[in-house]
Ligand binder design. Structure first.
Ligand code: COA
Length: 474
């Protein structure tokens, strides 16, 4: 698709990104057997094959520091090149001390004491969406020229951990993505003036103070995700048309003008469903919808109260059942599959072998998109990427960006499996032991090499209570 208008605003966006994924995983077949679930449900119904698990000596801060260090080393960056370091997470380690301060402490073990003192930043929280707010705020910090020629780093880092035996347990995972935000970026330039958000006080997924695992209403949360992202997308569309970024001709949908999609991925299948929901919303008033309905063979159901609340729609069981049937049929159509293959499938590959990353999941999806589009020999220079970010509680953010000519030097040689490194498969007994904290912090399964690990929490004296100590293992 062609880009209608180049903005005169200074291009700002993602210059490069680096990932860190812990080395332990659960195989879906072992998990299915232990929990008495059909493995096909996990592989196809959820879309998970390997679920990442953190070792005894890992937490969200050291994963963030590891991703950040990789990003800095491969771009030959010094602390002086960085003006802001943000960490977005919902796996916070302290009620007051921000996670980026832990990360700075770790990085200064490499770069020298006080080497980041000139910089700034905070820890951001809003379930899985906060990384997108962090990117937006840092992009604007650069656009406002407050950055004194320095770049920002935004790290998204999380451990998705659910109650043992719950339906959320097969949507676990862990990892971090660090992104370098700069003017004239090599990878992706954010489209200006179109970022759109929604916000609503909700309890679809939350984790009260002191609780290690979230309280989740999965079905409600999934529907809320779809509705909130769709509302943010409506607002994005209005802005994109008003600012002249995108022009929609008769019979066209805005989805025709977005070349690739990456969305929040609590699990792979959710991405597929989000695309279906969005396409149905965008296409049902267009001439092409008649052909879609013809292929499906029956009409799209309508709720008893189309203007009702999420609760009333969920309580309309007759509609929910009919809508599920329609959604599944829609996802079988040639219309859906053409868009899915062309615009979304590449972004979903990483999720199947890593699992849920909360804040990092959409950005790992972006990383996946870059690599798998390249593997398909697709040249995506100049293509517009649409981002659909969702955080429970709840807020959605929709924005877009355009792939820059220099992206090829970044994606060259990208290989997810290689970058993750060799992994150790955990038995279900070992996993159970980790969940029950049977092993102490220094009794890790994997011997860490060239990375930060947690070595102690709290010293022997009261003034060290809660103090976390990390070291870099050579
Ligand atoms: N073979 C293939 N597919 C199968 C199957 C089988 N034998 N058995 C079931 N499935 C499919 C179901 O049809 C369903 O597919 P659909 O989504 O296309 O309808 C899918 O597997 C999931 O099964 P279902 O029984 O509907 O759900 P569940 O009880 O397993 O729960 C979640 C799934 C996602 C709701 C649950 O894992 C969860 O709550 N996860 C946490 C999500 C979260 O954290 N959300 C908040 C942040 S966004």
């Amino acid at each position: 698709m062609s880009i209608m208008r180049q903005s005169s605003i200074m291009p700002v966006g993602i210059d490069d990104l680096a990932i860190y994924i812990p080395k332990l995983y659960l195989d879906y077949r072992d998990f299915a057997e232990a929990r008495g679930i059909d493995p096909q449900k996990l592989e196809y119904g959820i879309g998970i094959r390997k679920m990442t698990i953190v070792d005894t000596n890992q937490d969200s801060a050291c994963m963030a520091a590891n991703a950040c260090l990789k990003l800095m080393q491969r771009n030959h960056l010094e602390p002086n090149d960085i003006g802001r370091l943000y960490v977005a997470t919902e796996s916070g380690l302290d009620e007051s001390k921000a996670m980026n301060s832990f990360v700075v402490g770790m990085l200064e073990q490499i770069y020298g004491e006080d080497s980041f003192e000139h910089a700034g930043g905070i820890e951001c929280k809003f379930a899985c969406v906060s990384g997108s707010y962090a990117l937006y705020d840092n992009a604007n910090w650069i656009r406002a020229e407050e950055n004194n020629n320095k770049a920002a780093i935004v790290v998204v880092s999380d451990i998705a951990k659910y109650d043992v035996g719950s339906s959320g347990e097969y949507t676990q995972g862990a990892g971090a993505v660090a992104m370098l935000i700069k003017e004239v970026p090599r990878l992706l330039s954010f489209d200006p003036k179109v970022t759109s958000t929604t916000i609503k006080n909700e309890y679809d997924f939350y984790r009260p103070f002191g609780k290690e695992t979230p309280l989740v209403n999965g079905t409600y949360s999934n529907l809320l995700y779809l509705i909130q992202v769709r509302k943010a997308f409506d607002s994005y569309k209005e802005k994109a048309i008003r600012t002249g970024l995108i022009r929609i001709n008769d019979g066209e949908s805005i989805t025709d003008h977005i070349d690739l999609f990456t969305v929040h991925l609590p699990y792979r299948k959710m991405g597929e469903k989000a695309l279906a929901y969005l396409l149905r919303h965008e296409w049902r008033t267009l001439p092409r919808w008649d052909s879609v309905i013809k292929e499906i063979g029956f009409a799209e159901p309508v709720p008893k109260d189309p203007r009702g609340t999420i609760e009333s729609i969920l309580a309309d069981t007759e509609f929910m059942k009919a809508d599920e049937r329609f959604r599944k049929s829609f996802m079988q159509t040639s219309f859906y599959n053409e868009v899915y293959e062309k615009k979304m499938s590449s972004s979903l590959e990483a999720s199947s072998i890593i699992g849920n990353l909360y804040t990092a999941s959409m950005y790992m999806g972006f990383r996946s998109l870059l690599e798998y589009e390249d593997k398909k020999n697709h040249n995506i220079e100049g293509k517009r990427i649409g981002f659909g970010s969702y955080g429970s509680g709840s807020s959605a953010m929709v924005f877009s960006g355009v792939i820059q000519p220099a992206y090829k030097e970044i994606v060259k040689g990208m290989n997810l499996e290689e970058e993750i490194g060799s992994r150790t498969k955990l038995s279900m007994d070992q996993y159970q032991g980790l969940r029950e904290n049977e092993r102490n912090l220094n009794d890790s399964y994997v011997r860490a090499k060239d990375e930060f690990v947690l070595v102690r929490i709290g010293g022997s004296t009261a003034d060290k209570a809660g103090v976390r100590e990390y070291c870099y293992c050579n």
